[in-house]
Ligand binder design. Structure first.
Ligand code: 5GP
Length: 205
């Protein structure tokens, strides 16, 4: 029997940094790794389905789960509630499955405060302009929502240095390689530190 527990990997990034595509590629190209399905009060977007992309639940249900301490972390992101279900991730980790949490920086801070063992990675977008482009191209959200997300992006970038690793997503394949090496090879050094530090400084200035 395999008694080795899975790893908890926290990945955060401002929306539009390319995080979802990178996570999808990691999961599709590797075994024994899954994305945690969070609960949210946001309505499903076109193409999204319940229990696959998120557990789409009401505010009332979310608040009940929260009051029962059923979330390892939860946060209000872009005006909706999101949370990671404790039972969901514990079950995976106990089975030896590595699990990725795609959560915002507030959620990451809660995981840290609770001293839950994790490897944390922050994905840095190549520039604010590129971030804007990606949010516009994605075409999923209205202009108001895009503005809120850009505002949040500037805020989230301030937390990048609290993570174990920072990965710059200017070239998708390079970023993917870095992520895979951090997750599976227990790589202990920052990838491309000089470049990502420089870009992070520019984004924050
Ligand atoms: P979206 O609505 O675009 O799917 O996600 C918006 C943001 O919510 C993303 O930055 C994502 O990382 C964050 N998010 C998704 N699930 C959770 C969660 O369970 N907890 C926290 N704290 N953030 C989450």
């Amino acid at each position: 029997m395999n008694n080795k527990k899975g790893k908890l990997i926290v990945i955060s990034a401002p929306s539009g940094a390319g995080k979802s595509s990178l996570i999808k590629a990691i999961i599709n190209n590797n075994n024994n790794i899954e994305l945690s399905i969070s609960a949210t009060t946001r309505k499903p977007r076109e193409g999204e389905s319940n229990a696959k992309d998120y557990f789409f639940i009401s505010d009332e249900k979310f608040n009940t789960l929260k009051s029962k301490d059923d979330f390892v972390e939860c946060a209000l992101v872009h005006n909706y509630q999101y949370g990671t279900l404790r039972s969901y991730i514990n079950e995976r980790i106990d089975k030896g499955i590595n699990i990725i949490l795609d959560i915002d920086v507030q959620g990451f801070e809660q995981i840290q405060e609770a001293s839950i063992d994790n490897t944390s990675i922050f994905i840095i977008p190549p520039s604010i302009e590129e971030l804007k482009n990606r949010l516009n191209i994605r075409g999923l959200d209205s202009q108001d929502v895009i503005e809120t997300r850009l505002e949040n992006a500037r805020h989230e970038l301030k937390y990048a240095n609290n993570f174990d690793f920072r990965v710059l997503n200017d070239e998708f394949d390079d970023a993917l390689k870095s992520l895979v090496s951090i997750i599976f090879d227990d790589s202990s050094k920052d990838i491309d530190t000089e470049k990502s530090t420089k870009i992070l400084q520019e984004l924050l200035s």
